[in-house]
Design a protein around this ligand. Structure first.
Ligand code: SF4
Length: 343
């Protein structure tokens, strides 16, 4: 009975919900009026995807229902590699803006849509290109390695990009005496210093999600789940990383739990990744790490702006699109392709 009531409530919500403001165009592709939302959104997405030869790329931090409908789910590196190799006519990017921009840089001729254009990133937003250019000019002998979580303008000011999966390899690709400036995540930068033994000049940026994981709460969780391993993303603070049994990018964390003989894990990154961990290892247990004050700020507010409804509308209306100038795309593509060649 409860299930029937919940299904009815979901249908009612779907039928009566007001549309997000991004639906400013006419419907296309399925011939439906622009204020129409189908009852079975997932089925309609599948139909439209096939009709339009579209690909849906989704990050691990997306809602589970988006992950379940994506053609490819991955971290920044995997998503960039998929974007570089796709033959689709339309790329629907379920992630944040810098990721969709990366797909556009690699596919200037293809249409790239992002379900919610406000899906930014604190790392990208807090590294304005003009300030970064002034910072960079203080270190003329340094090569600039930028984490892919930055604006397209900052990418264009960089010599090479990296993700958390390949950052160590990228840093180690330079001779030991080559000075390096790393931007924009200071915590990932400090982790790279500890892993590579290199001195890096760091831009003082941070991720608002990973920075909120609370050291004391993680220590308490460890005491409560004494058989659990702590696995953490390198965007976390140094104090939190000191508690970790394994540190890695989201794809590396996922691989670690698959390979590990252990059955319990305290997961110190955005909890969206736990959906894939539970699918891959249904017999294992995953405890999301708490943020400060027990708030829900361990969920990325930018990633979570995307919803299945917005994804359907973006696919149906082929909007909102990512638009970048050819000249900017060209300059940003070179450091991106250097990274992909190393990966
Ligand atoms: S989790 Fe952090 S780094 Fe990732 S998109 Fe959100 S704010 Fe940016």
């Amino acid at each position: 009975m409860l299930t029937i009531l919940l299904q009815s409530a979901t249908k009612l919500r779907t039928q009566t919900m007001s549309l997000p403001t991004l639906t400013n165009g006419h419907a296309n592709g399925c011939g439906a009026p622009k204020d129409y939302l189908p009852l079975d959104i997932a089925a309609s997405i599948r139909e439209l995807r096939s009709k339009k030869n579209a690909i849906i790329l989704a990050h691990y931090y997306q809602e589970s229902e988006i992950q379940d409908i994506a053609d490819y789910i991955g971290d920044s590196l995997g998503l960039a590699q998929q974007a570089a190799s796709t033959k689709a006519d339309l790329i629907v990017f379920a992630g944040v803006r810098f990721m969709a921009e990366t797909a556009k840089i690699l596919n200037p001729q293809r249409k790239v849509v992002l379900p919610d254009l406000d899906a930014g990133c604190s790392l990208a937003d807090n590294c304005p290109a003009d300030q970064f250019a002034a910072f960079r000019s203080q270190y003329p002998n340094h090569v600039v390695v930028s984490y892919v979580n930055c604006s397209v303008e900052v990418k264009a000011l960089s010599d090479i990009l990296c993700t958390s999966t390949n950052a160590v390899k990228v840093i180690q690709s330079f001779p030991e005496d080559q000075p390096i400036l790393f931007a924009p995540d200071q915590h990932l930068g400090r982790y790279l210093v500890s892993k590579t033994g290199r001195k890096l000049v760091l831009w003082p940026g941070s991720c608002i999600v990973h920075e909120t994981f609370d050291h004391q709460r993680i220590v308490k969780l460890k005491a409560r789940y004494q058989n659990a391993l702590v696995i953490a993303h390198p965007e976390c603070t140094e104090a939190v990383l000191a508690e970790a049994d394994f540190i890695g990018s989201t794809s590396q964390l996922l691989q670690f739990v698959k390979d590990s003989p252990k059955a319990e894990f305290i997961v110190v990154t955005e909890p969206g990744i736990i959906h894939q961990m539970e699918k891959a290892c249904p017999e294992k247990k995953f405890y999301p790490a708490p943020a400060e004050d027990g708030c829900a700020c361990n969920r990325c507010p930018f990633m979570r702006l995307n919803t299945l409804e917005k994804l359907y509308l973006a696919l149906r209306d082929e909007s909102p699109t990512i638009e970048l100038s050819n000249e900017l795309c060209e300059r940003a593509r070179q450091p991106l392709e250097r990274m992909l060649a190393l990966s």
